[in-house]
Design a protein around this ligand. Structure first.
Ligand code: HEC
Length: 106
């Protein structure tokens, strides 16, 4: 046996002895969440999609608090904030439709 073969044999046995985990790991079954959330279907969802997806994902809407205190007034204030604070170019007519949609669906 030449020197190269001996080195290869030593390496192979020591890897086997070390039980390199990658060689033995079983595939894990898990499902990752969707990359990008989407708006629920509903009246005026197109208006919402057109005005509310330019700067950030729909997750921002989905992760807001829920419940009776977070309905029309809450969403109206959110839409106003997007316009006044962050400069979202949204028509007044659309702003009302968006707030209605959000209050209805979230
Ligand atoms: C001009 C860009 C822009 C547009 C268009 C926009 N947003 Fe935002 N939005 C922002 C920014 C900037 C933040 C704050 C991001 C941060 O804090 O990480 C934000 C944050 C939010 C949040 C998180 C809560 C908060 O108040 O910070 C919600 C909910 C939200 N936006 C909803 C909307 C909705 C609904 C629309 C459509 C009416 C919309 N956004 C359109 C820029 C925009």
């Amino acid at each position: 046996m030449n020197q190269k073969k001996i080195i290869a044999l030593v390496l192979a046995t020591s890897f086997a002895a070390a039980g390199i985990p990658a060689l033995h790991a079983k595939p894990l079954g898990y499902k990752v969440p969707d990359d990008t959330a989407t708006f629920k279907p509903g009246a005026n969802v197109d208006v919402v999609r057109n005005n509310c997806t330019a700067c950030h994902s729909v997750d921002y809407v989905q992760t807001q608090p829920r419940g009776p205190k977070f309905k029309k007034d809450f969403w109206q204030a959110e839409v106003t904030k997007m316009v006044k604070v962050y400069g979202a170019p949204i028509d007044d007519a659309d702003a009302g439709k968006i707030a209605d949609y959000l209050a209805e669906n979230y």
